[in-house]
Design a protein around this ligand. Structure first.
Ligand SMILES: Cc1ncc(COP(=O)(O)O)c(C=O)c1O
Length: 408
């Protein structure tokens, strides 16, 4: 089947979109109109296996019937109350989320970046109340190569020059250290440090996996120095890396757990921050909020999204399938591959620089009916919905092998 996006509808829609939308993304030239499970269809009726899963928002697969049904049922009843009043859905949602994560309390937001901002505020206020820190001197340590979102405060500690360029003045109070080096964490902590924010695998940074033992070492250091471990599992969470949360590989979910993406089942933006009661209770009425955070529609979707992860044992599936997929990819004999890395179904394939950048290979894969996206020039990221089958993964690996052979 020819997947070249040269057909009329696609070209017209891309031209229209280009004309009226901000040019803040560089998408592949495909216009998706339908999705079910691992498959999406474009407006010229080409079918693709979605190997990005909306940056891991669609771990449960596109338009999962149970999640859609929860959305429709709730939409017909009540969609929003605002937090000026209580609603009957948020409590049960957060109860389920707390049970699922093992924390006492949760604060619901909408997008990942908002949840990260929430965690930063929480850590700072906790720090001022629990450590002897002079006003406005709280520090948070982050990692080089991080990605936590796009707000002004979050880009303030990004290592990417473009993310910050001409967006200043930036927010103070962050210190960046090499990722994967616990010794650097130990050295960077001062009496004013309140938290250490990290991703257990850096996704946007190029699927960078830290050395084994890193999280446990960081936990020990944070405990010793009374610093909060702030675990951003927005991308790695909910089964993506083969465990419920990626931190589970080292038996820690941190002191503050940040979640987003698949918490909304690929259907609706739902994010949240979880922590112990002691930490969360520093937040008082008026300190923080969001008009849509904890709304009944998002809460109903959140419950259904968690249920699907549990009922279909998606983290366990991701673990088994991921092992098989990574092995298969590693067996591809191509001089163009520098490294295959990742955990579960979060896999990065790094292409050697002399063979061009990853986007070229993503474009060839698109022609072969597979959608994935480069991250950081050289890395093809493969993060399919976790409902994928072994044979479909074998097909993806086979197509990649062919794409590598065909690319000039
Ligand atoms: C680790 C991590 N944190 C935060 C975010 C930001 O989430 P959002 O795009 O929903 O604001 C992302 C998004 O890719 C992410 O991967």
């Amino acid at each position: 089947m020819d997947h070249k996006p040269t057909h009329d509808n696609t070209s017209k829609m891309i031209a229209l979109t280009h004309q009226v939308s901000a040019n803040n993304y560089h998408p592949l030239p495909v216009v998706i109109s339908n999705g079910k499970g691992i498959w999406v269809t474009d407006i010229d009726n080409h079918k693709y296996l979605d190997c990005l899963a909306a940056y891991s928002a669609a771990n449960q697969g596109h338009c999962h019937p149970k999640i859609i049904s929860a959305l429709i049922d709730q939409a017909q009843k009540l969609t929003i109350s605002s937090r000026a009043f209580h609603n009957e859905t948020m409590g049960p949602f957060l109860e389920k989320l707390c049970k699922y994560t093992g924390f006492d309390k949760a604060l619901p937001m909408n997008t990942g970046a908002e949840a990260v901002e929430t965690a930063l505020k929480l850590a700072r206020k906790w720090g001022y109340q629990n450590k002897d820190i002079p006003e406005n001197q709280a520090e948070i340590i982050v990692c080089d190569g991080n990605f936590h979102g796009r707000t002004i405060s979050i880009i303030s500690f990004s290592s990417e020059k473009q993310y910050k360029d001409q967006f200043g003045p930036l927010t103070e109070g962050f210190k960046s250290i090499p990722y994967g080096c616990s010794e650097s964490l130990s050295k960077a902590i001062t009496p004013n440090t309140v938290g250490f924010l990290f991703e257990p695998i850096q996704g946007e940074g190029g699927v960078i996996v830290p050395p084994d033992g890193y999280l446990q070492d960081c936990l020990k250091i944070c405990r010793e120095k009374n610093v909060l471990m702030i675990n951003d599992e927005i991308q790695t969470g909910f089964g993506r890396t083969g465990k419920t949360f990626c931190g589970d590989y080292e038996h820690t979910r941190g002191d503050i757990l940040i979640m987003g993406k698949a918490l909304g089942g690929g259907v609706y933006p739902v994010s949240a921050v979880c922590s112990s009661k002691d930490i969360m209770d520093v937040i008082k009425p008026g300190d923080h909020g969001s008009t849509f955070g904890g709304n009944p529609l998002g809460s109903a979707v959140g419950i259904a999204s968690l249920e699907v992860l549990e009922d279909e044992q998606l983290p366990e599936k991701s673990y088994e399938l991921g092992k098989h997929f990574k092995e298969t990819l590693k067996n591809i004999k191509s001089e163009k591959i520098k490294e295959v890395r990742g955990k579960g179904l979060m896999i990065g394939i790094e292409i050697k620089q002399e063979f061009g950048n990853a986007r070229k290979y993503c474009q060839i894969l698109q022609e072969k009916g597979i959608l994935c996206k480069e991250t950081h020039q050289q890395v093809i990221r493969m993060t399919p919905p976790l409902v994928i089958s072994k044979s479909d993964l074998d097909w993806v690996a086979n197509q990649l092998e062919q794409a590598l052979q065909e690319a000039s």
